[in-house]
Design a protein. Structure first.
Length: 312
């Protein structure tokens, strides 16, 4: 079973408008509200692909109850830690022929007591799972090394820990004695960690960069290259992954869908090739749909068979 963690979930609200009028009234006739956050996107993809999962994180208030209600509607099993604060909304205004304006609430600031209590809550869930995904930014009040603590607790329990975050929380996890099983950094995040810019399309340079001491001890490094596929390192092996040309409807959430596929493969103790092909397939399927964090399972085998993994 896979445990998906979303520490700062939100209700994702979409307002489609033909034109956004500034300093005026805008009336919306169609509103979409879903349980959002990177970890819940992972959860939704796993559920669509009939994987056993448990979603967890921190929620509170009426918005927190709405998040749980939406997960119930999607038949996603969940067990959240509840706080006496309100969870957040994340508003996307889709307007003027493809423009998107976002209004993102910060969400609750977690008290030290709640921060400690959640770690105990999380630790009690770990014996039920084999793999955990830790996704997204940290809410206010949590220390930069909070994910590092969660990774350590997972590995101490014999659970593979897949981390998808950035900035100081990613740096803190890589500096900790116990490393995540897998990280999925992009070009900007690699540059921040190394302290200099890189070109991920220059494979020799990328291969050299992934051997930097900053990544030492991380079993899996997977770098998405968009339409060009991905480049990956598993222990001392390197892989170039290519994907077929597809029609992209909405790329938002494709990284979360990719993470879901990678988690599926790792949880199943699959081969390197199967893990990478699964991750690339779920990422592609998400980009082909208008809805974020959604895949069509009926298309899985068709596109899985078209992903090519080569050791380099």
């Amino acid at each position: 079973m896979i445990l998906t963690v979303t520490l700062n979930p939100a209700v994702d609200i979409s307002y489609p408008l033909k034109n956004l009028a500034i300093d005026d009234v805008n009336r919306v006739t169609q509103v979409s509200k879903t349980a959002g956050g990177k970890g819940l996107n992972v959860s939704r993809v796993l559920k669509l692909l009939k994987q056993q999962l448990l979603a967890t994180g921190i929620v509170g208030g009426h918005i927190g109850n709405f998040i749980k209600q939406k997960l119930d509607e999607d038949h996603i099993q969940h067990q959240f830690f509840e706080i006496n604060q309100e969870s957040r909304n994340a508003i996307a205004i889709l307007h003027d022929g493809g423009q998107q304006t976002e209004i993102l609430e910060a969400g609750p600031t977690i008290s030290q007591d709640d921060a400690q209590a959640f770690l105990a809550f999380y630790e009690a869930l770990l014996p039920r799972v084999n793999t955990v995904t830790l996704s997204g930014s940290l809410p206010g009040g949590l220390s930069n090394d909070y994910y590092a603590k969660m990774v350590t607790m997972a590995r101490d329990a014999g659970v593979s820990a897949i981390l998808d975050t950035s900035g100081t929380s990613l740096a803190a996890s890589l500096a900790a004695p116990v490393k995540p099983t897998l990280i999925k950094p992009n070009e900007t995040e690699i540059a921040q960690l190394l302290g200099h810019t890189i070109d991920i399309n220059h494979l020799a340079t990328l291969k050299h960069s992934l051997q930097s001491p900053v990544f030492e001890g991380v079993e899996w490094l997977v770098v998405s290259m968009g339409a060009a596929g991905a480049f990956a390192k598993h222990n001392n092996r390197f892989y170039r992954v290519t994907i077929p040309k597809i029609h992209v409807e909405n790329p938002v959430g494709s990284g979360d869908a990719t993470l879901a596929g990678l988690a599926m493969g790792i949880d199943a103790n699959a081969s390197d090739e199967i893990i990478l092909k699964t991750g690339m397939t779920t990422g592609m399927l998400n980009t082909m749909e208008k809805q974020t964090g959604f895949v069509n399972p009926e298309l899985f085998e068709t596109y899985f068979d078209q992903v090519v993994v080569e050791e380099v």
